[in-house]
Design a protein around this ligand. Structure first.
Ligand SMILES: [Zn+2]
Length: 65
């Protein structure tokens, strides 16, 4: 792993976290609900980004935590 930067590893971990959260939302039936306001995320936004967790009024959060 010596030729892989920490930043790359971090990006992969962030993506994994997003996948985890998307799966959690799928399991709990809140996949299409905005994590910020709870309103439904538009179909075309999810089509463009299946891991998206917020509606059009709330742009992607910059990987909190
Ligand atoms: Zn929202």
């Amino acid at each position: 792993m010596s030729d892989v930067s920490n930043e790359t590893v971090q990006q992969i971990e962030n993506t994994l976290n997003e996948v985890d959260r998307a799966l959690d939302r799928l399991r709990s039936g809140t996949y299409r609900a905005c994590e910020v306001c709870g309103s439904e995320i538009e179909e075309n936004l999810l089509a463009a980004d299946a891991l998206r967790a917020s509606c059009v009024a709330h742009p992607r959060l910059p990987d909190a935590e």
